[in-house]
Design a protein around this ligand. Structure first.
Ligand code: UT7
Length: 332
């Protein structure tokens, strides 16, 4: 019997309308466009405004568009995963809420929390349910409302993050297309450098934790930067070596959009020129689990069947990883 691959058969993205520009941030904190642009590559980021709107709303919009594009009825979905660091609430899972909002059936749905590597963790997990023949249609979402955990008085973090969601459909294929290989790693000792101090079981919310801004992202940027540059490049190289691929064999590098300098360093290690690297950080900033599917969505019409894509990410946890995908379809 031939092996079943988990092919990506559609992709969609959704970002809020509101654009938070560097010029606007200059009025909020002591920063400037020149610093943000040269240190991160970011010009603007999208922010979800409006009472009662959460990560699940962005995710649901991304999935509804995906269903339309792929001609799928919500009742046909067998499983739905949401990678997120900003769930609507500690429980239930945002994936459950998304299923309700899109009108899916009573299916297996859960969240995966692996910060910026969340989409790769979820994609790899979902692919196993397809490869084993368990399910036929699995939706994988990466979505984060980072603005809900950002302190807009902290210039070191507020310039970086944005909101957005992307989703892909996975279906079985007996052709060798889809998720080919993944290398996923974690190192919990990295938690000290990038985390949210309060709101979990370690430090439940109190008036004091709120006053001290402990429900916002805490990041020691320089340390995280060093780990990100090394580990993202290492893991991207590892997946190329074990699949016997050279830079020329890769059609696209799809890197997590945390910092343009981290992206450049990874591309250099892989011997991939900038024109083969998906970069949209200047328009969306770091949307955490959203960056990778948002890139695939924006580049979809440039992707051809058989193209080798290496997706690579690094983030809180620490978590990091790389996934090799053979694209499954030509532009529509
Ligand atoms: O996606 C999850 C994983 N996260 C990452 O991969 C992020 C990795 N880290 C980074 O991308 C970078 O470390 C940052 C963009 C966060 C910061 O860039 P940096 O070049 O590492 O700057 P730094 O933190 O070392 O700060 C350099 C200087 C400091 O001033 P002094 O001490 O030299 O006077 C900061 O206070 O820049 C200052 N600074 C700013 N200045 C203007 C920090 N943030 C800002 C700002 N505007 N927004």
């Amino acid at each position: 019997m031939s092996r079943i691959y988990a092919a990506i058969t559609g992709v969609n993205g959704w970002v809020p309308e509101y654009r938070l520009t560097n010029a606007e941030l200059e009025k909020m904190v002591d920063t400037n466009d020149e610093w943000i642009t040269t240190r991160t590559g970011i010009k603007e980021r999208r922010i979800l405004k409006g009472e009662g709107l959460a990560t699940s709303d962005m995710a649901a919009e991304a999935v509804k568009g995906l269903l339309k594009k792929t001609g799928t009825d919500a009742s046909e979905i067998d499983m739905l995963l949401v990678a997120t660091t900003t769930p609507d609430m500690p429980f239930p899972a945002t994936a459950n809420i998304v299923c309700d909002k899109i009108g899916a059936g009573h299916i297996l749905s859960y969240d995966i929390g692996a910060a910026c590597s969340g989409f790769l963790y979820a994609l790899t997990t979902a692919s196993k349910f397809i490869e084993t023949g368990t399910y036929k249609k699995v939706v994988v979402v990466g979505a984060d409302k980072m603005s809900s955990i950002i302190n807009y008085n902290d210039r070191a973090t507020c310039v970086i993050f944005g909101d957005g969601a992307g989703a892909v459909m996975l279906e079985p294929s007996t052709e060798k297309v889809g998720v080919i290989d993944s290398v996923l790693k974690s190192d919990g000792s990295g938690r000290h450098f990038l985390h949210q101090k309060a709101g979990g079981s370690l430090k439940p919310a109190t008036l004091e934790t709120v006053a001290n801004q402990e429900h916002s992202v805490y990041q020691e940027g320089k340390t995280v930067f060093k780990f990100a540059v090394k580990n993202m490049a290492d893991v991207a190289e590892e997946i190329m070596v074990r699949n016997e691929l050279q830079g020329d064999d890769i059609a696209w590098l799809v890197p997590h959009q945390a910092n343009k300098r981290i992206i450049d360093a990874t591309a250099e290690r892989m011997h991939i020129p900038e024109e083969k690297v998906m970069i949209n950080i200047e328009r969306y900033g770091n949307t955490t689990a959203g960056t990778l599917p948002l890139c695939l969505w924006e580049w979809e019409d440039k992707l051809h069947k058989g193209d080798n894509l290496v997706l690579a990410a690094f983030g809180g946890g620490f978590t990091w990883g790389a996934t090799l995908i053979k694209w499954a379809y030509d532009p529509q």
